[in-house]
Design a protein around this ligand. Structure first.
Ligand code: NI
Length: 181
């Protein structure tokens, strides 16, 4: 397994639409190693999520997961998930703004509007279906990660730039802000 360098905003590879993975290809060593590398890289930098394009692989794979942390009681835990070929359905037209950051946009935080309730479907690393209905922080993380698969980074979703800035200025007392990445 390898901890990869994470591409930063400005790299054109982050703007591409990622390719789906054929289900019969999921068990291949190439895809299994990609998943292991994504998880290892995400944990190495203490991220809440990571998408394959962020390590330069233009395939529809995202990983995410976040333990509930008593320092951030508002951010619910999200189970470790490997999600391949995701599809998101909106279950509410309501959007809510909350803080996000991104490993590809280091040092920056912004309030980003996201849909409050979604259903997401896809495949896990065994090729088994995932079908979940989620709200709040979990829904936010999934929308953020799946955006990476269509070439969208969170600054491209910001509506109100009065809530956009440097983490060290916005959250001077926190080593990490409670954000989706
Ligand atoms: Ni991100």
């Amino acid at each position: 397994m390898t901890i990869h360098k994470i591409l930063k905003m400005g790299d054109p590879r982050l703007l591409k639409v990622a390719h789906p993975i054929k289900s019969e290809h999921i068990s291949s060593s190439e895809i299994q190693l990609l998943i292991d590398d994504l998880l290892e890289t995400m944990y190495a930098v203490d991220g809440a999520g990571l998408a394959a394009p962020q390590i330069g692989i233009n395939k529809q794979v995202v990983v995410f997961g976040f333990k509930k942390n008593p320092r951030y009681p508002d951010a619910d835990g999200v189970p470790e998930t490997i999600l391949i070929n995701p599809i998101i359905s909106l279950l509410s037209n309501m959007q809510e703004e909350d803080w996000e950051g991104c490993l590809s946009v280091p040092g920056i935080r912004a309030k980003v509007p996201r849909y409050t309730k979604i259903r997401y479907q896809g495949l896990d690393r065994e090729g088994q279906p995932i079908d979940r209905t989620v709200e709040g922080f979990h829904a936010r993380v999934v929308q953020h990660e799946c955006d990476h698969l269509i070439g969208k980074l969170f600054p491209m979703r910001v509506k109100d730039f009065s809530n956009f800035g440097f983490t060290e200025v916005l959250f001077p007392d926190l080593t990490r802000a409670p954000v989706a990445e």
